[in-house]
Design a binder for this molecule. Sequence first.
Ligand code: IVH
Length: 669
Amino acid sequence: MDNIKQLIDELRNELNENNYKYYVLNAPTMSDKEFDDKMAMLERLEKENPQYFDPNSPTQRVGSDINKSFKQVTHQRPMLSLANTYSVEEVEEFFDRVKSSLGNEPFQIVGEMKFDGTSISIIYENGHMVQAVTRGDGTHGDDVTDNVRTIRCIPLHLRPGSGFPEHFEVRGEILMPWDVFDALNKEREYNEEPLFANPRNAAAGTLKMQNSAEVARRRLDAYLYYLLGDNLPYDNHYDNLMAMKQWGFKISSATKLLNNIEEVEQFIAYWDTERKYLPVATDGLVFKVNSLRQQLNLGYTSKNPRWAIAYKFQAERECTQLQSVSFEVGRTGVITPVANLAPVLLSGTIVKRATLHNEDIIRNLDIHEGDMLYVEKGGEIIPKIVGVNLNMRQPNSSPVKFITHCPVCGSALQRIEGEAAWVCPNKYACKPQITGKIEHFVSRHAMNIDGVGEEVAQQLYNAGLVTNIADIYDLSIEKLMTLDRFGLKSAQRIMKGIKDSLNVPYERVIFALSIPYVGETVAKKLALATNDIDTLMSMSVEQLSAIDEIGTKIAQSIVDYFAVENNRTIVERLRNAGLQMRLTEEAKPVSDQLSGKSIVISGVFNHHSRDEYKRMIEANGGKNVGSISSKTSFILAGDNMGPAKLEKAKKLGIEIINEEQFLAMLKQE
Ligand code: IVH
């Protein structure tokens, strides 16, 4: 072995070891700086010596954005599910069944958390991870190895000399921690993308993403709870789990050996409340017979093992009094009713408020003043009002009335036809609409001006410094420093953000304006279709709705926005301040070769990622569509295009073009 290879191996071992200490044991020994330096060195060495490439190198945890459709794999052993119980009595019955089936032989139980994520089976050979497969239908699953490789706490190489068998399988649960879930949903809300209902859906959705670089960014977590194979180190489940921990796997510290039914009951009582403080979602507990010999004796029903049972926690529900309903005004004027509740403890947090979303929800639940309301926090994090306790309703109480006028500026509310929302029409003088627009304008996906959040936006407005988004460009260090609790540093930070925002591309400027219904995606489409803001401002509803994916509702909203003189003045002032008001050269379409063509991308590619092909199609005037129809112009196909798609294409007589042909096609002209 040459010196370079030896150095590469040493670095990989050190980085793997640190990963284990950081992500599994929660006790890193290397500083972040040292870790980054070593990683950079390893990256460089691997780049210079491609013959030593290893898909399991710590450098590969960042993922790739090359598209891959998932290969279907048959599980070596089917992945069964557990029978559920919902009460301590049912768990006692399970215990008694086991006892009598084992002929009164003594037995131990392992108590575990029932993690609420998505299950995974991972195969290791000679200490290396070789394949990770989703549960699928229990018999076949999807090969998601590339995505699982990005999860830091899952070892790619086991710790040398820790005594693992040559070949084995581990099973566990992939989870999205609550904090990652919250941040992801915030971002999605911002981008007007549908929210994930709970971390389980988010984890499952993430694991099935085509782009493993995005998976890496989402910081999934995992706990392993099952070891399978022919040469297991111990004859019982608990010791095998502890051995797995030594090899490098993350095993929940809640896992506990229980000697009798009393200990089982204590375990339930403890976790019934304590689980609320865990960083990941759990929906119950699992009890497993410890001895593998006894497990074998007990066997399986057609669906579940007889040696294990799940105990499901009750969805947390409380009944509390509605004290009042308040009405909030958002940046686009939409009024949201919020229930103010008598404080109540639910899943570890005190709930005092819950959104009622819109008037229809209040009507459907038939909520009256002072009602006792059921509040639930199940898999969903946001407390939800699920019903009214009618037995406790005050006689003569009246239904909650929706307001008719804006609670802030007093304008008469309007209800847009076909929509559930009431809106305050006073767009340019109603305070929360203005401060909301300021907050939106400075946010990360818009102009990205650091240092201005909800509070500062209000301070700026209250001080009369910023009463519309254009005023931001009249700010100065001196003016900012007149604000309460503002030092030189924070003022300088905002001024730098303002200066940098002059380079933010045109499409994000459109997004930053807060035109109703113009989210990030729509803004991008508008930018590409219009080239500059003067064109956009001069277009009619008909012209705008001729743009791909712009409907009349959006078109009308844009026309309405620019019809207001105040908005046109703001745009002029932003232009004079130096903001980008036209498409930059690199964002411009490079040709119109594919204009009018609808193109489906399918399969796995070698030269460019799916996203890059999508960009190329759009840059050449084409449209990338998701599914094959008679309107599809052609299919850009990589390897392993799905058989169903292939058949459909053949049936409809649609041309299939491979990567090389496509690239050659764009090179002509
Ligand atoms: S053991 C044959 N242990 O719950 C038994 N499962 O319905 C295999 N789960 O699909 C599963 N936490 O996704 C086991 N500590 C735990 C678990 C657990 C969560 C999930 C798993 C499984 C489902 C069972």
